[in-house]
Ligand binder design. Structure first.
Ligand SMILES: [Zn+2]
Length: 203
């Protein structure tokens, strides 16, 4: 194989490895810093990873059910991480495409050295979604809820965690949940005359 092409693949692989870590940090930072359920900035992060955002009511209910005290809903964070994984996997396929088939078996050759590295990155990508979800749960749930929430937000016990959430014991009425027009944070109009996040009037 052309040494120049091999060197180029090595450079691209290195860039991809760095980008995956960078994107995970970015995703987690944005997911943590947005209001309970999300907002427009978080919508844009979802769009970046090719995902739609949930309606305001679902965002509130999901975040409450998972026992979160803040941040984007775990369901949306999981979807964003799926999108990240898909984009990075496609990029990896593209980078690895020029390598001869069975390069991993070509022990001692320059192309052979790339095989294990590519396998390692594929393994890394297969864990991205669970890792991001577990870290987000640790960031936004009280410690006693984080494990259950990261395994599956559906299993988190809403009754036992209700006192810990900012929406303790609130039953959301679908007809009264709005998105703040200024920042996009979901909230219940009855409780919030002003958006509790950006302080703009709710309607
Ligand atoms: Zn607002």
């Amino acid at each position: 194989m052309d040494p120049n092409q091999l060197a180029q693949i090595q450079t691209q692989l290195h860039a991809l490895e760095t980008h995956v870590e960078g994107h995970m940090r970015y995703l987690l930072t944005e997911a943590q810093r947005c209001p309970f359920g999300g907002n427009h900035d978080w919508d844009r992060v979802l769009t970046q990873y090719g995902q739609e955002h949930d309606p305001p009511l679902k965002r509130l209910e999901d975040a409450q059910r998972a026992g979160q005290s803040k941040g984007a809903s775990l369901n949306e964070v999981r979807r964003a991480a799926e999108g990240l994984k898909k984009q990075a996997s496609e990029e990896l396929d593209r980078v690895a495409a020029p390598l001869p088939i069975g390069a991993a078996g070509m022990i001692g050759t320059a192309a052979g050295q790339l095989g294990p590295r590519i396998s390692h990155l594929r393994a890394r990508l297969s864990r991205v979604v669970d890792e991001v979800a577990a870290q987000h749960a640790t960031n936004v749930c009280p410690p006693q809820n984080a494990v259950a929430a990261s395994v599956n937000s559906v299993f988190a016990n809403a009754t036992s965690t209700a006192k810990l959430t900012p929406w303790a014991n609130v039953k959301f009425d679908a007809t009264r949940v709005y998105e703040c027009r200024a920042c996009g944070a979901p909230q219940q109009a009855e409780l919030d005359f002003l958006c509790r996040y950006c302080r703009s009037p709710m309607n």
